[in-house]
Each structure stands twice: as structure tokens, then as C-alpha cells.
Design a protein around this ligand. Structure first.
Ligand SMILES: *[C@@H]1O[C@H](CO)[C@@H](O)[C@H](O)[C@H]1NC(C)=O
Ligand SMILES: *[C@@H]1O[C@H](CO)[C@@H](O)[C@H](O)[C@H]1NC(C)=O
Ligand SMILES: *[C@@H]1O[C@H](CO)[C@@H](O)[C@H](O)[C@H]1NC(C)=O
Length: 579
């Protein structure tokens, strides 16, 4: 096992995650199996209870683990399936050490940060790095470890010390460090001092950089590279410039051009690994496909606008997986994606009085979008606006995708405006007499934490849904596995009425009791999913419901469907909206 640690100096939030996942991707293009671990120097134990306003989105894993967005980044780039143990936090390690101490595992010895905590960290890393993540049972060859925060913080000190020891535990030929730094441009001049200081800090803690990746708004010139090389005691080939490029998907190309893999081949003696020719061919194929989508992205000029109707539109990080899945879909459709953020509450009728300008602006954006997406979310604020957005899309034949809460508001709109019911979701109005969205029976109403339907579960396509657009996008699969995170569902009492009036529940759970997907007849694309398809989207394998939305919005649904490999039947399919 080779370990590559990616740490950061100077300031946080400069794209350490993208550099780390791009490095992992490059290892994969050489035929290696890559995995990753994120270390977060926080005391929290899991992200489920953390506010999306402060931390951005909660990302859900197959195992139901609620983590933050960085693990999503690795899953998307490396096409791997991670577990909740792939996220190490200070809180988790302390908890483990304290539990061991309580059990008497330390035989009454004094328990200390060094060595007990630092050993626990190293054991955790070694254990998790060996978990197969590729859907087969093979142990990965390389593990990318992203160390959150900046080196030198109090918070990360135990982890830095653990990693310092770890390089000797696994041997120097199996351990490398990429340090991400910042080269600010001030009055047109690139300043290398912050990088020099950061590397000095790093060395004083016993870690030696193998690669210094310099984030810079401009391309790094040879003079700057030479200067950093000189003052930081590394060769010029160990200094990489990572300037702002067209998209984050171009970062692997940038690192590749600067011969990152040639460095690692020598450093890790990769030719001694003797990979099978099949693995090498697979890696090459990945590289070819990655190159071709990024290049076609540069060449595509046809635009597609998607209105994202949400609640935290001031904090766009809360929808990062949805945005990424839209990007993957646009790459596949060769369209330039433009996302218009629409604050749901601005669409509500009250805003036309209290907040006229925003009201008209919001409706203007919604009406001019090619497609509308209402993503998941919690709480009541803005939901009437979301219902209005779903109604607009339904009545005006604008492609619509509702995810989780967006699925539920689609159902509410239909019940209200097609079935003329006076209804709502019990989540949004506790006093409503005839709710069309209810608590799931297994959910504990009082104890909010940990009572959701979480993680990967099947959605089973129902009989005679062969011509469902979504099912065809999934390659006509009879069952799809997707990740869930919800505590409300469609009221079983109203399903018959809804179906009879045309809202077709094409997929349900394995007992056919819980509604998973709706699709509307006689509409170009009106789809809702109770599950969160965005969590399983991959750069080269976009999530199908989102792909359908982008394709329908960009006028490419027919060609995408035609290109979809049908794994499950070879029957001729009817026109798209007829099933
Ligand atoms: C890991 O868990 C901690 C604690 O909940 C959280 O703060 C952090 O954001 C998580 N990180 C990842 C990458 O999931
Ligand atoms: C991603 O990995 C899965 C196996 O886990 C594989 O079936 C699929 O083809 C991979 N996708 C891409 C785009 O490589
Ligand atoms: C960025 O995109 C433009 C066109 O959109 C293209 O001409 C240019 O070559 C791209 N740059 C890189 C570094 O790929």
C-alpha cells in the first residue's frame, strides 16, 4: 500500500480536495486501485446533526453514514464507494481511545496523546486504507489521505504527529506528502514568502514535502518555480503550479502535464508492482475518456439553463452534490451548464407584496430557465414557493426534477391542483386534516436525530413501466439502488387517486408500499425521486434522473436515450411520453 498525504498550509479552502482527488484519479489512470481517507480535526462524531448553513451539504454514503462534502468529492472522482470510517475526526479517535481506556485495554497505564492517540490514528488509517472500495474484493494499491485544516493549527497537531510516525511505520518508499500552498499575486508579482514559511513549519514538525502544489490565480512561471525550489529545498520538478483552469475537471490534466506521475513512478517504484495488462488497459481507457470529456466541454457552446429552486441559495455549498451531478450530466450532453439560483421563498405570493423586486426577479429566472430542479431540504420556509415552481413546470411543460422534498412538493402540487384536495405535508402543516405526505411509520417523531431512512436501498420499477423515460435512462433496469435520506413519505391512502389521475408511481420500494419515483404522462420530463440520485453521480457516469433533466432541457433527451445501452430487454420502445 502506498500512502499519499495531502496537507495544506497558508490558508484553508484553496482546493486541497480537488488536488487530492485529481492525484487519486491519476493513479487510477495508471491502472492502480485508489482509495481515500479524509481527516477532519473536529470534535464532532458525525455530520448528521450539523447545520447545512454552517457546513454545507450533508453527504450520505451507502452505509447510511452522514458525512460532509469532501468524501463525495472522492467518490465522484475515483468512482469508489466509501464508508463512514473513511472520515476520521478528532472526536471519533478520542471516543475510541476513551472507550478502550474504560474497558481497561491499556492495563492501567497512563493514557496519553503520544503514543496512545497517535497510535490509534495510525491503526485507523491502516485499517481503513485496506477496505476494498471498487465493488470487488481487491485491496486498493494507493490511499490518498487528505488532512483537513492547515498544518500548524492546534487542532491538527495530533494528526501531524501521527503522520510523522506513520512514514516510518510504513517505510519511506510507501509514503509521500503533497503540500498545497498559495502563491498570491500582488501588484502583478507572485509572492513566494507564504509558501516558504509554510514549508518551514512543515519541516519543523518532521514532515518533508515530496511535492509542493502552488495554487495561484495565474500560471506559475519558471522563475517562481526556481525560487520556491531553492528556498524550500526541493527539486524544480517537485514544484507544481495549479492555476485557475476552465473547470475542476481540468486539474488532473494540469498535474499530468507537469509530470506528477513520472515523479511518483520513480518515488514509489511503481514498475515493480507488475500490474496485469488488463488493469493497465483499464487505466488508459479511463484517461482517454477523461481527456475527451474535458476537451468536448471546452468545445461546447450550446447553453442549458437549470433553475435550482432551494432554500439556502446564499450558501451554494449546501447543494454541492446536485450541482456536481448537473455538471456531469452537462459534460455528457456536451452542453454548457448555467445554474440560476432561485430562492424558493421569493416565489411565494406574499413576496409580491413584501419584496416586489425579488419576487419578479425570481419568477423571471424561473420562467426563462430550460429546466427546473427542486432539491432536497428540510423545514417549512420556502416550500409554498417550491410547490409553485413544480406547478409552473407541470403546466408549462418545462422539464422538472424533484428530489426528496422536491418529489414531495410535486405530489402536493398535483393533489392540490389536479385532484383539488386541500392538502399539504404533515411536515409543513401539522394541523392539516388530510395530508398527502406523512411520517413514515417507523420514524420516531420525538427523537429527531438518527430516525431517518438512510443509505442505499432498492427502488423497484413496477409492471408495465418499460416505456418510463427514467427506467430507460437506467438502461431498462428492473431495480435500481440509490441512497436515501428522508423521514416522510407519500400517504398510502392517496396513491390510488393520484395514479388514476395520471401521476404515475413508476418505482416503489421492495414491498411496493413506499413511493420512490413519479413520472407524469404527456410531459417532456416531469420526474420526482424520493431518493437522492445526486449522491451516486460520477464524473464519467452521471446520475440518470439528473442526466434526463439536463438532456430534456437541452433538447437532447432522444439522442441520450438512443445512446443508452439497454441491458435488460430489446423490445422496441414507444414515444417518450407514452407508457
Ligand atoms: C467527518 O465527520 C465530521 C464530524 O461530523 C464532520 O465534521 C466532517 O465534515 C466529516 N468529514 C467528511 C469528509 O465527511
Ligand atoms: C465505476 O465502478 C463500477 C464498479 O464499482 C463500475 O461498474 C463502473 O463501470 C465504473 N464507472 C466508470 C465510469 O468507470
Ligand atoms: C478553456 O476553454 C476555452 C474555450 O471554452 C478553450 O479555448 C481553452 O483552450 C480551454 N483551456 C484549457 C486550459 O483547457
Amino acid at each position: 500500500m502506498k500512502y499519499v498525504v495531502v496537507s495544506g498550509g497558508v490558508i484553508s479552502g484553496i482546493g486541497k480536495g480537488v488536488i487530492a482527488s485529481s492525484t487519486g484519479l491519476l493513479f487510477k489512470t495508471m491502472g492502480l486501485k485508489a482509495t481515500s481517507i479524509k481527516i477532519d480535526p473536529y470534535m464532532n462524531i458525525d455530520a448528521g446533526t450539523m447545520s447545512p448553513l454552517e457546513h454545507g451539504e450533508v453527504f450520505v454514503l451507502n452505509d447510511g453514514g452522514e458525512v460532509d462534502l469532501d468524501l463525495g468529492n472522492y467518490e465522484r472522482y475515483l468512482n469508489v464507494t466509501l464508508t463512514r470510517d473513511h472520515n476520521i475526526t478528532t472526536g471519533k479517535v478520542y471516543k475510541q481511545v476513551i472507550e478502550k481506556e474504560r474497558r481497561g485495554d491499556y492495563l492501567g497505564k497512563t493514557v496519553q496523546i503520544v503514543p496512545h492517540l497517535t497510535n490509534a490514528i495510525q491503526d485507523w488509517i491502516e485499517k481503513v486504507a485496506h477496505i476494498p472500495v471498487d465493488g470487488d474484493n481487491e485491496v486498493p494499491d494507493v490511499c490518498i489521505i487528505e488532512l483537513g485544516g492547515t498544518v500548524g493549527d492546534i487542532e491538527s497537531a495530533p494528526f501531524v504527529e501521527a503522520l510523522r510516525q506513520f512514514q516510518f511505520r510504513v517505510g519511506p518508499e510507501n509514503f509521500a506528502l503533497i503540500h498545497v500552498s498559495l502563491v498570491p499575486v500582488i501588484h502583478g508579482e507572485k509572492k513566494t514568502k507564504p509558501t516558504q514559511a509554510a514549508i518551514k513549519d512543515l519541516r519543523s514538525l518532521g514532515l518533508t514535502p515530496d511535492i509542493i502544489a502552488c495554487r495561484c490565480s495565474e500560471e506559475l512561471d519558471q522563475a517562481a518555480i526556481d525560487k520556491i525550489s531553492m528556498f524550500c529545498h526541493v527539486g524544480p520538478n517537485q514544484v507544481l503550479g495549479v492555476h485557475d483552469v476552465n473547470s475542476t475537471y481540468h486539474v488532473p490534466l494540469l498535474l499530468h502535464d507537469q509530470k506528477l506521475m513520472e515523479f511518483f513512478s520513480k518515488r514509489f517504484k511503481l514498475d515493480e508492482l507488475k500490474l496485469s495488462s488488463e488493469r493497465i488497459a483499464k487505466g488508459q481507457d479511463l484517461w482517454t475518456r477523461w481527456n475527451s470529456i474535458t476537451q468536448s466541454h471546452d468545445r461546447s457552446f450550446q447553453k442549458v439553463t437549470i433553475a435550482l429552486v432551494g432554500k439556502y441559495t446564499n450558501l451554494q455549498d449546501s447543494y454541492i452534490s446536485v450541482v456536481k451531478a448537473l455538471e456531469h450530466s452537462a459534460l455528457r450532453c456536451e452542453l454548457k451548464l448555467e445554474i440560476v439560483w432561485v430562492e424558493a421563498s421569493d416565489l411565494e405570493i406574499e413576496s409580491s407584496v413584501t419584496n416586489k423586486i425579488n419576487y419578479h426577479k425570481a419568477w423571471g429566472s424561473l420562467c426563462s430557465a430550460d429546466g427546473i430542479l427542486v432539491p432536497g431540504g428540510f423545514g417549512t420556509r420556502g416550500t409554498e414557493g417550491m410547490i409553485a415552481a413544480a406547478r409552473w413546470a407541470r403546466e408549462n411543460l418545462v422539464p422538472y426534477l424533484g428530489i426528496c422534498l422536491g418529489f414531495q412538493v410535486g405530489v402536493i402540487d398535483y393533489a392540490r391542483h389536479v385532484l383539488n384536495m386541500k392538502t399539504n405535508s404533515i411536515e409543513l402543516d401539522e394541523t392539516i386534516e388530510d395530508p398527502v405526505i406523512v411520517y413514515m411509520p417507523e420514524v420516531d417523531k420525538i427523537n429527531m436525530g438518527g430516525t431517518m431512512r438512510l443509505g442505499i436501498r432498492p427502488a423497484v420499477f413496477q409492471e408495465s413501466t418499460e416505456n418510463s423515460v427514467l427506467r430507460r435512462l437506467y438502461g431498462s433496469a428492473p431495480t435500481v439502488m440509490e441512497r436515501h435520506r428522508h423521514r416522510y413519505e407519500v400517504n398510502p391512502e392517496h396513491i390510488d387517486e393520484l395514479e388514476k389521475s395520471g401521476l404515475h408511481f413508476v418505482a416503489k420500494d421492495e414491498k411496493a408500499e413506499r413511493m420512490e419515483v413519479f413520472e407524469l404522462k404527456n410531459h417532456p420530463y416531469f420526474v420526482g425521486t424520493q431518493y437522492h440520485p445526486e449522491y451516486l453521480s460520477r464524473v464519467l457516469d452521471p446520475s440518470k434522473p439528473l442526466l434526463g433533466l439536463v438532456a430534456a432541457a437541452g433538447g437532447k433527451l432522444e439522442s441520450i436515450l438512443a445512446a443508452t445501452v439497454d441491458h435488460h430487454s430489446d423490445q422496441a420502445k414507444g414515444p417518450v411520453t407514452d407508457f
